[in-house]
Write a protein that binds this ligand. Structure first.
Ligand SMILES: Cc1cc2nc3c(=O)[nH]c(=O)nc-3n(C[C@H](O)[C@H](O)[C@H](O)COP(=O)(O)OP(=O)(O)OC[C@H]3O[C@@H](n4cnc5c(N)ncnc54)[C@H](O)[C@@H]3O)c2cc1C
Length: 410
């Protein structure tokens, strides 16, 4: 190599180093001192034996005025087509949360409904920022939703399992479908409604969508566009705390909450399939309310969004309903706790949480496998076949109930 060429090569190397240094500096500034995301191509195998697949964030958009509901468009990094999914299903994301520059990252699992109809190239999820509860004042805001709002940017990578879940539109039916959505519970409905309008010409669809006010009103233009374009789609929006500038008849149709009286007054007589997803108070009022109204169980489909909104616990067939005469002993080995199971809890996850025992969880419906725990001894049973495969010697706490005394690793 000649002297001028050598000089040019050295200068280029120095310039590259400076550029990298500036880039890292900007990155750290952007992430307010958090250690860097490890979701890089090296850290993320495209697919693994455990079913995780790497995705690149290809796009983002806020769906509401308050910018608390952020959509992320995810494309697989392997470039292979995406499998079809049933409208209403969700993705299970695994997120490596930076704790501090010196500590190892903490992996958490969270589920997010697919908020668009299936296509072969990308998935869309819409994440609501979860603020800290008002009291007590020292609690942190939601960890995963904050991370997905504040840290994840277009170009970053995330890990997800294939779509899963039982809360899906009945695609074989042409029975009118009625969607009852509260807040972020609208996401699976967007997928179901979009798919049905595209593929089921003539099927009557009604969406009752309850939000606080215009600031939280997500997918407004999309839904109003559907209502204008499709005479088969009826949209009813309710604000429970309209803002001063919110106009009834223009932004929303009714003040208050979705209730059975409204449904009775608006829906025509005849069979309907109901799909319900929303906050605890709404689920607790509407799901039993539909049953009391005489809607058969087979026509009531509902989903809770996990710990953040699982105040309403639906009855699970096969769960031990009545108090047991003699409680079973459930030993949580790592936590050093032994607690009596008297049959009042619907599953071992609720039971553990009620007793302050910390266990990881995700979907709370036997799909994501996040709550899998080693079953050291004893026997459990499942109310239904689990979507996640349960290895021998393990148990899925969120859908299991004990049949005998248990020793669990958790
Ligand atoms: C099937 C399914 C589909 C879902 N789909 C969606 C979706 O489409 N969009 C969406 O946004 N979410 C969805 N979720 C919910 C989502 O999975 C997460 O539960 C949600 O984002 C909150 O997670 P987080 O980590 O941000 O909050 P977490 O950290 O789990 O905290 C939840 C709440 O508890 C509060 N909190 C923190 N610590 C405490 C404490 N010690 N005591 C009491 N409260 C505390 C937090 O401030 C926060 O308000 C879905 C869930 C399921 C199961």
């Amino acid at each position: 190599m000649t002297a001028p060429l050598l000089l040019a090569a050295i200068s280029a190397a120095i310039l590259l180093q400076v550029a990298i240094g500036i880039g890292v500096g900007f990155w750290r500034l952007r992430h307010k001192g958090l250690p860097p995301l490890t979701l890089t191509s090296e850290a993320l195998p495209t697919t693994t034996g455990t079913g995780w697949r790497a995705f690149r964030v290809e796009g983002e958009a806020f769906e509401d005025q308050a910018r608390t509901q952020r959509s992320l468009i995810l494309q697989p990094t392997d470039g292979m087509p995406l499998p079809d999914f049933a409208p209403g299903q969700y993705l299970t994301l695994s997120i490596d949360l930076p704790v501090s520059p010196t500590e190892p990252k903490r992996m958490i699992v969270r589920c997010y409904s697919l908020s668009d109809q299936p296509n072969a190239q990308s998935y869309r999820i819409t994440v609501k920022r979860m603020p800290a509860p008002a009291t007590p004042s020292d609690l942190p805001p939601g960890v995963a939703s904050s991370f997905l709002h504040d840290v994840v940017q277009v170009g970053d990578r995330l890990r997800s399992k294939a779509p899963a879940g039982q809360f899906v539109l009945d695609r074989e039916s042409d029975v009118p479908a009625v969607f009852l959505a509260g807040g972020i519970g609208v996401t699976p409905m967007i997928s179901m409604i979009s798919w049905s309008l595209t593929h089921q010409a003539g099927r009557r669809l009604s969406l009752f969508y309850g939000v606080r006010n215009r600031a939280d009103h997500a997918f407004k233009a999309l839904l109003e566009g559907f209502a204008q374009a499709y005479p088969t789609f009826a949209l009813t929006v309710l604000y429970n705390a309209p803002g001063r500038a919110d106009v009834e008849g223009q932004d929303f149709h009714h003040t208050g909450f979705i209730d059975i009286a409204l449904l009775k007054s608006v829906l025509p007589h005849g069979q309907h399939q109901f799909y319900v997803c929303g906050p605890p108070a709404m689920m607790a009022a509407l799901v039993p309310g539909l049953t009391d109204w005489g809607v058969p169980t087979r026509d009531i489909h509902f989903e809770s969004f996990g710990p953040a909104s699982s105040g309403y616990v639906p009855p699970v067939a096969g769960a031990v309903a009545a108090s047991l005469h003699k409680p079973l002993t459930i030993q949580f080995r790592r936590s050093g706790r032994s607690v009596g199971w008297n049959g009042e809890d619907v599953n071992l996850l609720d039971f553990a949480e009620r007793h302050g025992i910390l266990v990881e969880s995700g979907c709370r419906s036997g799909s994501c496998g996040a709550c899998e725990t080693r079953l050291v001894s004893g026997e459990v049973r499942y109310a239904k076949k689990t979507d996640a495969e349960v290895p021998a010697g393990a148990c899925l706490l969120c859908v299991a109930t004990p049949v005998s005394n248990l020793v669990l690793e958790a």
